[in-house]
Design a protein around this ligand. Structure first.
Ligand SMILES: Nc1ncnc2c1ncn2[C@@H]1O[C@H](COP(=O)(O)OP(=O)(O)OP(=O)(O)O)[C@@H](O)[C@H]1O
Ligand SMILES: Nc1ncnc2c1ncn2[C@@H]1O[C@H](COP(=O)(O)OP(=O)(O)OP(=O)(O)O)[C@@H](O)[C@H]1O
Length: 602
């Protein structure tokens, strides 16, 4: 159905082609998964199928890509619209109408389908993707995951022969991701649809794939075969490789069948690493490290950078925390001037001591939606908290109130003792930095180098700090690239580096793993653990259960605007299959959550 014949793609300024001599055939009626490290060219390959590359991205394509016999170089995307449905990494880029229902109908309208058919398919899709309650909603008011569902729904309704999906589950909660994959599988089985999808969270998708393509070499084969050689693989495969299981299991179920000997050798042991998994010290008795910090209000890292540099750029007096030129303070970076606020207060032993964040009975109304209701939350310096919960539960809203972008409707929010919404941005950025769900919102310079220079200057950091962070997270990002032309993972790495350069006492991350391969994620985890050990508080909203298991001291689950669980990661995640990492499911009832822990214990 899809053929690549000797295809190479080179973007204008690049010395090397992004894709080189790719020869592949994706058969009709199969679900084929495209995998490979961040920035390797997955989106480029998908774009060559949908016609976006090179028509909209620039660059040159040599060789031939055909879809059902149509050459994508001579057929621009609109001439492929009846054949290929495409969802890119940024769903917002696709929307052509204003409301959910109109968007689901749009593709069918342009193909001239009968009104009765359109109506039926819209209703079906609203149900399948859990969008029924949102049918009249303006798309602009949807959460990230809700938007991704609409984008997927809008390409499903016309029943195209070919679906091309770029990280389609990246903003979805775990059960929505399962729903979407089940729908795709049904289209493949029942209608013979051909699906080509790229994904980083292989734990979610590999079991649905008929075949897997691994870049950069563009080898294609059965999932187990490719997973046995792939540098990117899900935890179940990593555990299988560690334990020497052959053939490699791809599902939790298969792995459980082989796990008895491994469980026997782990019997009686307890996880000792990684540090991120141990309950946070202030939840128990105060550890020496915190005592030391209490006595010295500025951690060494902050002192080292001194007081030089100007306040991070922001529109003077801009409030609420703006976006755009002069990096948003809400999204900005601090130099730790506010660390005196961390001085410990004497409290009863056994209770949380410092709290950097105190949220009390918070309610937030957004238009007609009660996005948060009576939320209480405390976060101490040195603590990493993962916010989890369904799409639209209120996670991003909570992060936005912590950074002053949204004003509480009821209740109070305090960060380092101040109300973020009424704190001048210039002061707030010393306390809080946010990596937003859409990293694009944070970046405004024309090149990676300029972005990093600005970040260093804003933070008063030694020149080169931000650039070193970028290299640490994801190597091979060129200085002169426009942030717009970066791959999704590269752009996120840059946004993370920009915010991490400021080392804010409170670091907020909204879904910080989109586009990141497992190795980059591991480097991010290592970095964040170091920051937490230095006394920074980290709050991240994430659907990535594997990330939460590796990083968070505590997990807070939000449902329909309310906190429904708040406790140590190991306790909270294993109490619900939807939030359990693969290793926990395989080795239950033993207490292991990550491959790293198992490896350390063996
Ligand atoms: N329009 C463009 N102009 C110039 N270079 C580009 C453009 N689009 C992508 N690139 C470059 O091509 C390379 C591959 O990008 P691509 O988005 O295809 O990777 P990817 O494998 O999808 O990455 P990710 O996993 O991060 O989504 C990257 O180095 C990127 O910087
Ligand atoms: N600007 C807005 N106007 C009206 N309602 C909004 C607006 N932004 C978000 N909402 C609604 O508020 C609720 C909470 O949204 P929020 O973005 O906080 O969810 P979330 O938990 O971060 O979701 P996701 O996991 O999909 O990112 C959702 O029902 C959403 O549709």
């Amino acid at each position: 159905m899809i053929r690549f014949e000797n295809v190479s793609v080179r973007y204008e300024e690049d010395a090397e082609p992004t894709l080189r001599n790719v020869n592949l055939t994706v058969p009709e009626g199969e679900l084929v998964l495209l995998v490979g490290p961040s920035g390797v060219g997955k989106s480029t390959l998908l774009g060559a199928v949908s016609g976006l590359v090179p028509h909209f991205t620039g660059g040159t394509l040599t060789g031939r890509v055909t879809v059902d016999g149509r050459d994508t170089r001579t057929h621009p995307p609109r001439e492929l619209a009846d054949l290929v449905g495409t969802v890119g990494q940024d769903p917002s880029a696709h929307f052509v109408t204003d409301t959910v229902e109109d968007e689901l109908a749009y593709g069918m309208e342009s193909l001239g389908l009968a009104p009765g058919v359109m109506r039926r398919r819209v209703e079906e899709t609203l149900d399948l993707l859990g969008l029924a309650e949102l049918r009249d909603r303006p798309i602009a008011t949807l959460s990230g995951g809700q938007r991704q569902r609409v984008a997927i729904g809008s390409v499903l309704t016309p029943h195209p022969k070919v679906l091309v999906l770029d990280e389609p589950t990246s903003a979805l909660d775990p059960s929505a991701a399962e729903d979407v994959l089940a729908v795709l599988q049904r289209l493949v089985h029942d209608l013979g649809t051909t699906v080509l999808l790229a994904e980083h969270r292989l734990e979610r998708v590999v079991q649905y794939a008929d075949q897997v393509i691994l870049l950069p070499d563009a080898v294609m084969g059965p999932p187990a075969e490719i997973m046995s050689i792939s540098p990117v693989h899900p935890p179940v495969v990593a555990l299988g490789r560690l334990a020497g299981w052959a053939p490699l299991p791809l599902t939790v179920r298969d792995a459980r069948r082989r796990a008895a000997p491994l469980k026997a050798s782990l019997e009686g042991r307890a996880p000792t690493s990684p540090a991120g998994l141990l309950p946070h010290p202030t939840r128990n008795t105060a550890p020496p490290a915190l005592e030391a910090r209490g006595a010295n209000p500025a951690p060494p890292a902050f002192e080292a950078r001194g007081a030089g540099g100007s306040a991070p750029g922001s529109g003077p007096g801009a409030s609420p925390a703006p976006r755009g030129p002069g990096r948003s303070p809400g999204l900005g970076k601090g130099r730790g001037g506010g660390f005196s606020l961390f001085r410990r207060r004497r409290t009863e032993p056994g209770t949380p001591t410092d709290t950097l964040v105190t949220v009390t009975a918070l309610g937030v109304r957004r238009a007609r939606v009660e996005a948060l209701r009576r939320v209480d939350l405390q976060v101490a310096p040195g603590e990493t908290v993962a916010l989890m919960g369904r799409n639209g539960a209120g996670k991003s809203t909570l992060l936005s109130t912590l950074v002053g972008m949204i004003e509480p409707t009821t209740g109070t929010v305090r960060v380092a003792g101040r109300a973020p919404h009424s704190t001048p941005p210039r002061e707030l950025i010393r306390q809080v930095g946010l990596v937003p769900q859409e990293p694009r919102d944070l970046l405004y310079a024309d090149t990676v180098a300029a972005e990093c220079t600005a970040a260093d200057a804003d933070a008063g950091a030694t020149p080169g700090t931000c650039r070193a962070l970028v290299d640490d997270l994801l190597p091979e990002i060129a200085d002169d690239t426009h942030p717009r032309d970066l791959s999704e993972g590269q752009r996120l790495a840059l946004a993370l580096a920009v915010v991490l350069t400021g080392r804010p006492p409170l670091l907020l991350l909204d879904e910080p793993t989109r586009g990141l391969d497992y190795a980059a994620k591991a480097r991010l985890v290592a970095h964040l653990r170091t920051l937490a050990a230095d006394g920074h508080a980290i709050v991240l909203a994430t659907h990535d259960v594997e990330l939460a298991a590796e990083l968070a001291h505590r997990v807070v689950i939000i449902a329909d605007g309310e906190v429904v669980a708040d406790g140590p990661t190991a306790e909270v995640v294993v109490s619900s299959p939807a939030f359990s990492p693969q290793v926990a499911k395989i080795l239950a009832p033993q207490p292991w959550l990550t491959v790293e822990q198992v490896e350390a214990a063996l």
